[in-house]
Write a protein that binds this ligand. Sequence first.
Ligand code: M6R
Length: 607
Amino acid sequence: MCGIIGITSNENVSADIIGALRKLEYRGYDSAGIAIHESNKIFQRKVKGKLDNLVKSLELEKSEGKTGIGHTRWATHGKPSERNAHPHSSPYVSLVHNGIIENVSDLKNLAELEEYSFESETDSEVITALLSHYRKEGYAHIDCVKETISKLVGSYALAIIFSDQKESIFGAKNGSPLVAGINNSGTSLGSDSIALSSVAEKVCYLEDGDIVVCNKNILEIFNIAGEKVEREFVDIGFDETDISKGNFQHFMEKEIHEHPQAVGETFKQFIDHDKGLITVSDFELDFTSFSRIHLIACGTAYYSCLVAKYYFEEYARIPVDCDMASEYRYRNPVLDKNALCIFVSQSGETADTKAALDYSKSLGIKTLSIVNVKNSSIARESDLCMYTKAGAEIGVASTKAFTAQLSVLLSMAIHLGTINKTLSENQNKEICHEIMKAPTLLEEAIKRSYSLKETAQSIINAKGVMYLGRGTSFPLALEGALKFKEISYIHAEGYPAGEMKHGPLALIEKDLPVVCIVPPGELFHKTVSNIQEVIARGGKILMITDDDTLQSGSENIWQVFRLPKSPKSIETIIYSVPIHMLAYYTAVELGNDVDQPRNLAKSVTVE
Ligand code: M6R
């Protein structure tokens, strides 16, 4: 989604703004722009498309200014174009905005804005119009910001420069994330702390209602009532290597290779090495008081919830409901006061998940979040938070965050089962032992998955791909299909293998690739029968199984991909690797933009 940046410094800021915008590229965007204070004017450049276009236009005419703002835009109101790109400027002010203003038409009808001539189709320009009106009326700069935001309905993170205030950037936040940064040479604003990693040493996660004024040597924050407030600044906690591709061609490739580390580090938080047990007792939750668990998330994080339903019900015998966050609060769910609502999110900023969290809190339900980005909005706003330790995930397609989410959810289910006595301490110990093998098994799964490059080459011309599985392999099939379609742009569908004959079998035609996730166990033979039904109709099966399953059952199968034998408890985590690799190799083979697939954003901050 849109990324905003503002930097004021002792040095020229143009290169720093571009550098920070590069770090926001991962969020997804379709145009970009910059506005910088110069001695007698505001220098502005806007382009459609990638940042390289902006860099090229800056090569033609450099800016020497020391205070400026920048933007990467992901279109909501108005198509991607230079005209709709931010900053939106008037003779009084230049502004960048992330979020959505919902009362644009009401605002445009205000008498105050009668004379303003709108140039773009965006919702954001109405903010420029309001700020300009108040400045023209002689309001002090900060009062222009206060008056303007008091009129806005919707979400916003803003960075604003006024033409006649050369050394300050004003920021304001409601609903969309905004981080303020400081270092020795100046102060900054950004949509996340990654963006500020080369211009700030310490950062502060601003709260809704905050207005911030950034000057070279001082950064002041005011609350909604206009009172000055002190907020905590913390070490930025990112090092450049966390957010570079290293020796990999793409972030997604690097992040798939980080599955072992992400899972190992995440599980580590819950392993009591002295007792050899999994325990999440460090978290002040009386798990025995919950009658039901609601798991709520979007996209890949939602699929981790679907897998976790099997974990909680199997190990802890506690009923679980899973909801897509975008549906949850609109279906008037029946919630028990003794329920626990768990929100899962890599970014911790997904607007639908955050709105679902707010809704649950408003009903007085206990909330817990499982989040990867430290200090993100969802992490801060939930009653309790557990972190996945996946490290920065930059590729739009989520990979290592998924297996890290499964690691937290599995640990919780084992812990809860032990408390509920649906799992004995010995069983807990056994699973704890199995969990410790996960990083090594994941390493091996990665090595074996290199062979899927060839498989990918033979499916790039497919009209579509089906993914099938039973048990926890069903949500993994959904995850496989999502990953495949989002970066290959080929239609893919995940389905429970046993349901095929109730409709989707009609889709099977000669040579349609069908990826079947078939670990050993009680569902193996049933799934193999479903495979044969697909083969009988011409489907081309890629069977993902392990070293231990029988060779029989693999007759007429196009390809069998074998993983190392893995314990049942961590099977879905290990099987995620070939699923992610196949999507990756296919997208690379097709020459697609793997890390920033078309139309998508990493952090979806609008509902
Ligand atoms: O940051 P979140 O985990 O809340 O994001 C949720 C989804 O937007 C995300 O998983 C999305 O579906 C990914 N692009 C899938 O690869």
